[in-house]
Each structure stands twice: as C-alpha cells, then as structure tokens.
Write a protein that binds this ligand. Sequence first.
Ligand code: ATP
Ligand code: MG
Length: 335
Amino acid sequence: MATGKEIVVSGIRSTGFLHLGNYFGAIRNYIRMQEDYNCYFFVADWHSLTTHPDPKDLRGNVFRLLAENIASGLDPEKVALYAQSDVPEIAELYLLLNMLAYKGELEKVPTFKDKVRLQPQNVNAGLLTYPVLMSADILVHRAIKVPVGKDQEQHLEMARNFAQRFNTRYGEELFPEPIAFNFGDNLVRIPSLDGTGKMSKSENEMATLYLNDTDELIRKKVMKAKTDSGPAEPGAPMPETISNLFLLMQSVSAPDAVDNFRLAYENQSIRYGDMKKQLAEDMVAFIAPIREKAQALQQDVPYLRRILKDGAEKARASAAQTLQAARALIGINYY
Ligand code: ATP
Ligand code: MG
C-alpha cells in the first residue's frame, strides 16, 4: 500500500466481546482514520494467548471481533484488516527486537505486574515480552501513529525505545518512532461502572458495557453503576464515580442532556436515578444497532475469511519490505 499517506497500526486482542472502552479508545479513531491514512488494523490473536490459551475460544473470538469492527463502521476495503498470526514477519521482528529489550525494564512494566497479580499460576514469558511483540506489530509497518487507549501509553514509549535502539545499533533510521494517537486532546480511558479500573474484555464483566450486551443487560448494568449521596455543597468537587458517569454520558448522549445534568449537579438538584435512566437509554440507542449488525455479519464466515485473507496479503507485503531491510542491516543476507 505505497500511497504516500501516513502509516497507522493498531490491534485488539481476541479475548472476548468489544466494549465501550475499545470503541472510544481505539475503534472510533480507526474509523476516522480509514480515509486519510494507510491503515493496518489487526486482531491480536497471538497476544491473546498470554492470558487466553484455550483453542476452543480462539476462532470464534477472532471472527466476532472482525464482525464487531465492521459493524462499528470499519471498511475492510479501505484498510488492511488481518489476523496477527497470518503475518509471520511480525514473529521474526519480535525475535530480533527481543535482543534489544532488557529483562529489568520488562519486569517493571505496570501491565506486566498487573498480570502477575491476576494469574500468578501462569506468568509466561509471553506476558513479560508483550511490549516487544506489540512493538513488532507497529514497527513491522514502520507506522507513525497508533490509535490506542490510555492503557497502552507506556507500551508505545517502549516501542519508541526499541525503534531508537535498533536505529542506533545498526546506524540507519529504519524505524520511525511511533506515537499513541487520539483525535481528541488526550488518550481515552473509559472507566468501569463500579469505578475500580477500566472497562475490559476479560475482567470485571458486570462493570463493562459490551457491544454485544442486550438492551436489558445494558439498563441493568447502568442502573447499578456506583454513585454517592449527592454533592454536599454547591461547587463541591466531583468524586470519580460521578465524573465517570458524566464521561460515559458525554460519549453517547446529546450535549444538551449532559449540560442539564451538569447544571443540576452544580445546583445540587441532581437525581442520579434520572441521570442513569437517561444514560441507559442513550447507551441502548448507541449499542443496539452495532450489536445487531455484528450478529448478522458473524454468520457470514466465508465473507469474514475473505477479509482476513485480503488483509493478510496487504499486511505481509508491507511487513516483508521492512524485514528485508532489517535483515540486511543486521547482516542476515547470505545469498
Ligand atoms: P483485555 O482485557 O483482554 O486485555 P482490553 O479490553 O484491555 O482486553 P485490548 O484488546 O487489550 O482490550 O485493547 C484494544 C484497544 O482498546 C487498545 O487500543 C486499548 O488501549 C483500548 N482499550 C481497552 N480498554 C479501554 C478502555 N477502558 N478505555 C479506552 N481504551 C481502551
Ligand atoms: Mg488489554
């Protein structure tokens, strides 16, 4: 895809249903970028093996993720949409970058420490080297911009470090230094409904709104969202659980509705029950069409397979060029 457009890469793990965080942190940007950038978007099936190694989940998750991306508005004609495992060059670059990554720095990564806490029985080397594989995903296309949520910020910093180390060691600017990207000012972090962390595919299911949730389940989850007894005095600072609700509302509700509730908060007349009812209905209106479209698309496996094949072809063409250059710089060119 030699188009002269800026190169963009981003991936989503095949660990379950997409949720609002994936949508507002990543997919919304994918959709906005698909016209003007040279986009490589992939299902990170290798990455999912670090925490979800069960073969019986993998295929279903991969097809569902594809269907959900397309239902959200991604056009596979405009981007390369592929499975990570269909591009073996990524694995090769991962191996090469591992020579530039140090055990100490990998052990310090907060997401690694989180996983050690969550799955102490399975602290595999894939978890430790996750940021290296992620760097390979990005650098293999020599991408400049990486649309991701806030949770990936530090991994991007590591990708820049590895790129720089490679360039310095081999004396050529093969890899640009990629940046985490969002069309707004800041990277997005959609909080979980109980205020304990971020929404996530594989943790805290009742506090995460999935694009596959039924209307009834959406209403139930929103109505259970954590609140407090209300502002104690006019202009009282907003606690995180409440600002989280406003953030969710800003994502899916009309600006007027958000303004009204904000005003009600300021003058202490707010009723959280009403706010949550409004939020629930707006959330249903946002999610239901995506859910229905994704469920229909998911049935058409031959179509999804075709997309994967086409996407892999585009991605491999770009990756092969990078690997050829990388091998030559390292001295792996014997013939
Ligand atoms: P898992 O729990 O399996 O790791 P996840 O929900 O964290 O799943 P990923 O596949 O790891 O999702 O990430 C896909 C993309 O979605 C990344 O760009 C990530 O930054 C973004 N993302 C994930 N959760 C959120 C969130 N709560 N808010 C904003 N962006 C998010
Ligand atoms: Mg994640």
